[in-house]
Design a protein around this ligand. Structure first.
Ligand code: HDL
Ligand code: ZN
Length: 421
């Protein structure tokens, strides 16, 4: 029995409810399953010392205040500093600051108390597992994809000791930036791991780097291969990146039938004093992605770009290549005004054949506000689009709306992987 919705008010209400209840697969995060120990960041002090807030807090320090003063503080002292700067001395209006309050509110805490120590006491008797269950429920997140780095000795050891796949809500993605962005350093690490490579691009180096990727994709059961690159990435080019992509990464992605995720447009460490908060965005070259999609029509590419100015051209490119799936409002784009702009243009150009959002969460509780704000914004855009159809006599049924929403928040990702959900 189809249940078409004829009234505008009913349509809006049903879309809001369906988006609110949609189970989410968060396809790019920096979260870790409990067996990764303190790789998983959670709790109010981690929320307050999120690198986005560190950058914002430093804006309220005098230019003669050494950055080091902050970095020598303990985690809770850093959190106190940020709480004072961004929440008490100034109103927490920014996306990242207001997000912390959204988390506290959703967890049922008394936000109005402004009592940081009272908030801290709320976390005192929680275990990571309990908090993961609570946050996934509150955020409506079903599964997340981690960012797994075999070049991190601590994480590498966990995987080699058989950890990593106990909690099935956490999936792996194999992240290998050094192979593309810092080959000399990668060679030293690969040699230490027992791969017979050298800086020179020899047949053996190619084979051994392929073996590295193959072994780690299989060990992690990685859903995709991921790299981030600066905006000056050009393909094809007579350079190391093109050789690594053509000779190693594409062949392995094809052999193992996994997508290649490209996150392009970051300029790392423009201010190293800020550490993790020191990265910047820059324009990227969409035609390089075009060249990749055309040269490898069988290879699936998940692509997100960091500059707002690239978004329209990237969405138009996705109209040309079915092996290109644009995803997320990445990093500095994950703010209400730009999520709205990007989601509207993507739906206007691509319909529902996109992955509109990922959280990029680094701290567990961020799932609550990052998905909270995205659901609200995406729902309003969908209401406008479905209402336009209704006005000309096309009444989407409840089943069709639910199908479309589930595609956007989960199924498009799994379908692109070639795995049903
Ligand atoms: O490279 C990436 O995956 C980025 O998402 C960075 O981790 C960035 O620092 C970040 O946390 N963005 O949200
Ligand atoms: Zn990320």
């Amino acid at each position: 029995m189809t249940t078409a919705i004829t009234s505008a008010g009913e349509l809006a209400a049903y879309i809001r409810q369906t988006v609110q209840e949609a189970p989410i697969t968060d396809m790019h995060t920096h979260l870790y399953a409990p067996e990764f120990g303190n790789h998983l960041l959670w709790g109010i002090d981690e929320l307050l010392t999120y690198h986005y807030l560190v950058a914002e807090a430093f804006r309220w320090t005098d230019t003669d205040e050494p950055y080091e003063q902050f970095w020598t503080l303990s985690k809770s002292e850093q959190a106190d500093f940020i709480w004072k700067k961004l929440f008490l001395a100034h109103t927490p209006l920014s996306e990242a600051a207001s997000g912390v309050l959204q988390v506290l509110h959703t967890m049922g805490l008394d936000v109005g108390s402004r009592d940081l120590n009272a908030y801290r006491r709320q976390w005192a008797d929680r275990s990571p597992q309990q908090q993961i269950d609570a946050v996934f429920r509150l955020a409506g997140v079903q599964e997340v994809v981690m960012t797994n780095d075999p070049f991190d000795p601590a994480e590498r050891a966990l995987w080699l000791n058989g950890h990593g796949k106990e909690d099935t809500r956490f999936h792996a993605a194999l992240r290998v930036d050094p192979l593309l962005n810092n080959w000399e350093e990668a060679v030293l690490a690969l040699l230490q791991m027992g791969y017979q490579v050298e800086t020179a691009w020899t047949e053996q180096t190619i084979k051994e780097t392929q073996r590295f990727l193959r072994e780690w994709v299989l060990r992690m059961d990685a859903l995709y291969l991921a790299v981030s690159m600066p905006g000056d990435f050009r393909y094809p080019a007579a350079d190391h990146r093109t050789r690594m992509i053509d000779d190693v990464m594409i062949p392995i992605c094809q052999e193992l039938d996994i997508p290649f995720a490209l996150m392009i447009g970051v300029r790392r460490q423009v201010n190293p004093e800020l550490k993790l908060a020191g990265d910047m965005s820059m324009l990227s070259d969409v035609s390089s992605v075009e060249s990749l999609c055309r040269k490898y029509p069988q290879q699936k590419f998940l692509v997100t770009m960091l500059a707002r100015e690239n978004q329209h051209e990237l969405a138009v490119l996705a109209r040309k290549f079915r092996n290109l799936m644009v995803f997320g409002c990445w990093w500095f784009l994950n703010i209400a005004s730009i999520i709205e702009e990007m989601t509207a243009l993507r739906i206007e150009l691509l319909g529902t054949s996109v992955i509109p959002q990922h959280s990029d969460a680094r701290i567990l509780e961020q799932l609550i506000y990052k998905w909270g704000h995205s659901r609200e914004i995406i729902a309003e855009i969908l209401i406008e689009k479905y209402s336009k159809l209704q006005r000309v006599g096309w009444t989407a049924t409840r089943e069709e709306i639910k199908r479309d929403v589930d595609d956007l928040f989960s199924r498009n990702f799994w379908r692109f992987l070639g795995k049903s959900r």
